[in-house]
Design a protein around this ligand. Structure first.
Ligand SMILES: [Zn+2]
Length: 114
């Protein structure tokens, strides 16, 4: 066992500690350190997995927002209208989905009324 653990155990127990007590305390310190290391490694793995999932979800959201993008154009009477390029593309100019389309509104979440 690490001499440093014996020294730590001896320091904790004080001058009157017997060798058996120091050995026991050093063993407990070692087990505690091992348990802490396992705990941290386990949580590090979970954190890295979660970070990967967040990265994938952000990339998916970005791809959705690239497809459902805002396009502004002028109507024959001159007024500007903003529509979703994707949702309106098949039926323009007869049917337009105003911006934000239901997909983007769902991604944006509930909006507070002003
Ligand atoms: Zn859309």
């Amino acid at each position: 066992m690490d001499d440093n653990l014996y020294q730590q155990a001896a320091d904790l127990l004080g001058q009157n500690a017997k060798p058996g007590q120091i050995h026991l305390a050093a063993t407990l310190l070692r087990r505690t350190q091992e348990a802490d290391r396992c705990f941290l490694e386990d949580h590090k793995g979970r954190l890295e997995h979660a970070e990967g999932q967040v990265k994938d979800l952000r990339a998916a959201l970005e791809r959705i927002r690239e497809v459902h993008r805002c396009v502004t154009h002028r109507k024959p009477r001159g007024e500007e209208v903003s529509t979703c390029a994707h949702c309106s593309e098949d039926s323009y100019p007869y049917y337009e989905v105003l911006w934000p389309c239901p997909t983007i509104a769902a991604l944006n979440g509930p909006q507070e009324e002003t």
